[in-house]
Design a protein around this ligand. Structure first.
Ligand code: 5AD
Ligand code: SF4
Length: 482
């Protein structure tokens, strides 16, 4: 633990004794897996500073107001920002009721100058603002606020590769592990390269050590995270290992049962990586490969650096080498200048590829990106109509893909009781599909087996498909049993 964290902790322990109650902190997370994982680090740092983590907060005083509220923000689309400003505004009331409350805003939104200005001017109840590259310095910022009463807003961020940051992992069996930070692709609609900085990689040995430690503490699955994992090891901070070699090392050297990764850019998904997925039993046969559009002309304006044909070739290569691969993608609708023909190309690509799942987004204009200044924005009615057609098409395909799994036995990592029916269990397949399943007690009895528990990987026979999940039943320990 850092010296500063210890000093804050000692101070907080005294305060908590005086108040005769623990000091608490709440972290609100918006956005992607990267942010969820960053929040695990923020919680780890807050615990080291002497706070108990609580899942939610009250702004009215009807429940208890915590001592710290942290907003870990996202700015990839405008609706995320609007929601965050709304929640941030609501916290003003909580601060009035509890003036010692410390409000922290960090994450992607704060890397935009206009956001920092707006917070300075209109959200005066915010105490600390940090960027994406200096989150690990939270204890310094907290010390400035606690010991000097200072408000620190919008300090310079940096392109760091921090190691040894404490973490409170949300899940014992499934863990996120960052392999690289930042993005250098500059797709013309995307704000990520501006707010997450230049690409930089962690050292392979640090990643291997982290996964080994996770396995020691019971983890069964890791997801390797990066905005663009195919560039792993390429920047000056990398140690020369490429992503295919890294993931093979994780699969072979750590004892982890399952490894998957996110996200891969189609322009540089390497044959070596496809081969690694095909060959290493621990690497899940699953690939998230954002296509964004099925139209070559639109892809060009998006600065994606591949064509429709190249993408389709890639998919057939992947399917040839990994026949049972689960494929998912991201699609964007209403990019500036999108014609009906371009949209038709996207729909036909969905039909041609038949993804298991697609995350569909309506284009959102992001200040500072090249596309924001283009004047041919698509009218909202047209966008909404296209979006509805897109979702309808993909939902049908997703359901059909799931239906094709009926009758099959799939290996499932058990997460625990199903939320909707606690007598059933829930877990995920190698393809990352949710399975809710029954356990046949009579069969277990007869075979002298225990009910599967969270963290077990068991074969489940799929009995019914839904659009976004599967239903199944567990009989025994061997995949052949059902
Ligand atoms: N508007 C809408 N969607 C966006 N994405 C990225 N930038 C934008 C934007 N400006 C989507 C892309 C990306 C996913 C994470 O978010 O589809 O793959
Ligand atoms: Fe954004 Fe493109 Fe980088 Fe993905 S690859 S984070 S869409 S700029």
């Amino acid at each position: 633990m850092s010296r500063l964290s210890r000093k804050i902790k000692e101070y907080n322990e005294k305060l908590s004794e005086e108040k005769a109650q623990p000091l608490t902190a709440c972290v609100k997370t918006f956005g992607c897996q990267m942010n969820e994982h960053d929040s695990e680090k923020i919680k780890g740092m807050l615990i080291n500073m002497g706070y108990d983590i609580v899942p939610d907060y009250s702004v009215t005083g009807s429940g208890s107001i915590p001592d710290v509220i942290v907003f870990n923000t996202c700015c990839v689309r405008e609706n995320a920002e609007d929601k965050i400003f709304g929640q941030l505004g609501a916290v003003k009331g909580a601060k009035r009721l509890k003036p010692e409350l410390i409000v922290v805003v960090l994450g992607c939104m704060t890397e935009q100058e206009w956001v920092v200005e707006r917070i300075k001017k209109s959200y005066r109840h915010v105490d600390l603002v940090l960027g994406t590259g200096n989150t690990y310095r939270l204890p310094e910022y907290m010390a400035a606020r606690i010991f000097e009463g200072r408000r620190v807003i919008g300090a310079e961020s940096e392109d760091s590769v921090p190691e040894g940051v404490p973490m409170l992992r949300d899940d014992k069996f499934k863990a996120y592990v960052t392999v690289m930070y930042g993005c250098d692709n500059f797709c013309s609609y995307c704000i990520v390269p501006y707010v997450r900085g230049r690409e930089r990689s962690r050292k392979a040995d640090d990643i291997i050590d982290e996964v080994k430690a996770l396995v020691q503490s019971g983890a069964k699955e890791v997801m390797l995270l990066g905005q663009n994992v195919n560039s792993y090891g390429k920047g000056k901070s990398g140690d020369g290992t490429d992503f295919a070699s890294l993931i093979r090392r994780v699969a072979r050297e750590t004892g982890i049962a399952r490894v998957r990764f996110m996200t891969s850019h189609p322009k540089d998904l390497s044959p070596e990586l496809i081969r690694a997925i095909a060959e290493e039993p621990a690497i899940c046969a699953q690939l998230h490969l954002p296509v964004q559009s099925g139209s070559t002309s639109e892809l060009k304006r998006m600065n994606r650096k591949y064509t429709r044909e190249k993408y389709l070739d890639l998919v057939s290569e992947v399917r040839k080498m990994i026949p049972d691969v689960t494929l998912s993608t991201d699609i964007m609708i209403g990019f500036p200048g999108e014609t009906e023909e371009e949209f038709a190309d996207t729909l036909s690509l969905l039909e041609e590829v038949r993804f298991d799942a697609a995350f569909t987004f309506i284009y959102s204009k992001r200040q500072g990106t090249p596309a924001a200044s283009w004047t041919d924005q698509v009218p909202a009615e047209i966008v909404n109509e296209r979006f509805a057609r897109l979702v309808e098409t993909q939902n049908r395909i997703s359901r059909e893909k799931n239906e094709a799994l009926e009758g099959k036995a799939l290996s499932v990592l058990v997460e625990g009781p199903s939320r909707t029916d606690p007598s059933r269990l829930t877990g995920r397949t190698e393809g990352n599909k949710v399975v809710n399943f029954d356990v046949d007690a009579a069969v277990l009895n007869e075979r002298g087996l225990n009910k599967p528990e969270a963290g077990d990987i068991v074969p489940v026979k799929i009995t019914r498909a839904e659009t976004w999940s599967l239903e199944g039943v567990y009989y025994g320990k061997n995949a052949e049993d059902p």
